[in-house]
Design a protein around this ligand. Structure first.
Ligand code: SF4
Ligand code: SF3
Length: 545
């Protein structure tokens, strides 16, 4: 195996025996093969679109396949074997459709469009030939993978929007074109850089689409005080990013005597008006994903993982973890949806009834819900505070949290920020500082949490609005600095989206991606001023001049 898609890549270069995330070698290889299969389907999808063939099943398969290979989403080998098998059938159907529609089948020559296999042995053999290292030139490899990881994040967001009935054909078409281009040996490094930036453009589009899906379905996030303590009833803990799952769980648990709590990236569900009507929705339990090994233990009740980040479960609570959608782990119960998109959570609810109430690990509350709608409704106040000098600078500290000790930097950075600065956050990165008492500036809290990582879109909307209000020509003239923490591939699409919007001088930590070759890293440094995390003191000086 060779995998270097996340921030915890072994030795800062790549995992070669077993992922730091716990992904075993056979799963890693089969994920590579699924990506290769998806690229093959994409070659036909691109050719098909030229002659009016659009295969919705293929679009969804590509989206879900990309999503399933995100860090900490799916560790189940059987899932990948089944998906490769299904993918090959779909690919061949699409190929026939292209031929029937008069498409240029001879134009498609790559092995990914034709390779065959049926048994696990066939797949395992093929998998070792089509991984990341199959691209020999390290710069081309770096750019191809940067694009693919961006697409994985894009696919995840597209899937959540799709679950709520929102989709855009342009986004599927782009994913397919970009995947096909990662097989094209005729592209220069410049072409691939251009494609990387275009990925960022579609990143903005997909986050806007998901924002529309979430807010049209569940209302605009509101300023909310979220309880972080516990109640007396047994509870179900729901984690991940999927709000449709959240809705269905709340509906089905109402009146059962079982409470619902969010974990990690599901915290922002507390901010949506549609979910506030449920009295048994108690609040948020615990912190970011990587603390689940302790927090799932003390929660006592069942846990529903709707997306990443799943950590291979410990024996002490393994029988309480349920998965759904693209999440998977051998031995855990997986809840499938029916044809109408309904999921039956009865067995999780019955399981919860037999469990003790959660052990209290924290008390009090945290405040969030500062997505674009809320912040823009406070725009006058914010603008006045900036004009009067009460707020000197905003710090966008969105992204991911993770296990590495070096991430304590972000806690320290938040603590040391001058009192006339405000943190704008989104994603699970917030857990590094969202329980600090940083106070407020004239009623504006010093930490404004917009929501999940995809709600980084909200932060961009806010920045663009401020640019307009202050009549600036360039987003970089705003008093906003970007100190982003990344871990997995959703953060990659967020980063590419920010680059597309023209944001410069982003600091990225706790380490630069292992998949950036020195030359590609240089392109990012020279053209966009991307900088690695330094010490808190050094960075504070850089940001505050
Ligand atoms: Fe290693 Fe990260 Fe890949 Fe897991 S996802 S195998 S930790 S690089
Ligand atoms: Fe977190 Fe996995 Fe990235 Fe959505 S849940 S931000 S790490």
């Amino acid at each position: 195996m060779f995998c270097f898609q996340c921030q915890e890549a072994s030795k800062g270069t790549g995992c070669t025996v077993r992922g730091i995330c716990g992904k075993p070698e056979d799963v890693a290889n089969l994920q590579d093969l699924l990506i290769y299969t998806i690229k093959g389907i994409s070659l036909w999808a691109v050719e098909g679109r030229k002659v009016g063939v659009v295969n919705g099943e293929a679009d969804e398969f590509i989206m879900n396949g990309l999503f399933a290979t995100i860090t900490n989403a799916n560790f189940n080998k059987n899932v990948f074997v089944a998906r490769v098998r299904k993918g090959l059938k779909l690919r061949d159907t699409l190929k026939e459709q292209v031929a029937l529609a008069g498409g240029d089948t001879a134009a498609v020559t790559h092995d990914a469009a034709y390779f065959t296999g049926e048994t696990l042995e066939d797949f395992e053999k093929k998998a070792t030939q089509v991984g990341v290292l199959a691209t020999e030139n390290e710069d081309v490899r770096s750019l191809r993978e940067l694009i693919i990881y961006g697409l994985k994040g894009m696919a995840a967001y597209a899937a959540h929007a799709d679950n709520l009935g929102y989709k855009k054909d342009e986004i599927f078409a782009f994913m397919e074109r970009a995947l096909a281009e990662t097989l094209n040996d005729g592209l220069t490094a410049d072409d691939l850089v251009a494609l990387t930036l275009e990925t960022g453009k579609y990143g903005v589009d997909v986050m806007a689409l998901l924002d529309e899906a979430n807010t049209s379905t569940y209302g605009n996030p509101e300023i909310t005080e979220v309880n972080i303590g516990v109640g007396k009833n047994p509870g179900i803990l729901i984690s991940g990013h999927d709000l449709k799952d959240m809705e269905q769980l709340l509906e089905q648990t109402a009146g059962t005597g079982v409470d619902v709590y969010t974990h990690s990236e599901m915290l922002p569900a507390n901010y949506y008006p549609a979910f506030k009507k449920y009295d048994h929705f108690v609040g948020n339990y615990g912190n970011a994903w990587w603390k689940q090994d302790k927090e799932f233990d003390s929660f006592n009740g069942p846990i529903l993982m709707t997306t990443n980040c799943l950590v291979p479960p410990k024996a002490s609570y393994k029988d309480r973890v349920y998965t759904t959608s693209n999440v998977g782990f051998e031995g855990l119960i997986h809840i499938e949806e029916d044809e109408k998109g309904k999921k039956d959570f009865t067995q999780i609810i019955e399981h919860a009834k037999k469990c003790a109430a959660p052990v209290e690990i924290e008390k009090g509350s945290i405040v969030g819900g500062f997505a674009h709608h809320t912040v823009l409704s406070l725009a006058d106040k914010v603008v006045d505070a900036v004009k009067s000098g009460a707020i000197k600078r905003f710090f966008v500290m969105a992204g991911c949290d993770g296990r590495m000790k070096s991430r304590d930097y972000y806690t320290e950075f938040a603590k040391q920020l001058p009192k006339d600065t405000v943190i704008l956050t989104a994603g699970c990165a917030k857990y590094k500082y969202n329980k600090l008492e940083l106070g407020d500036i004239g009623g504006i809290p010093r930490i404004l949490d917009a929501g999940q990582c995809n709600d980084s879109y909200s932060l961009a909307v806010i920045a663009l609005k401020l640019k307009e209000v202050f009549e600036l020509n360039d987003i970089n003239e705003l008093p906003i600095s970007y100190n982003i923490a990344w871990y997995e591939q959703k953060a990659v699409i967020v980063l590419l989206a920010l680059l597309h919007l023209g944001v410069k001088n982003i600091h990225l930590g706790p380490s630069l991606p292992a998949f950036l070759s020195p030359n590609v890293a240089n392109v990012l440094v020279e053209n966009f001023g991307i900088a690695p995390m330094g010490t808190v003191e050094e960075d504070m000086k850089v940001f505050l001049g």
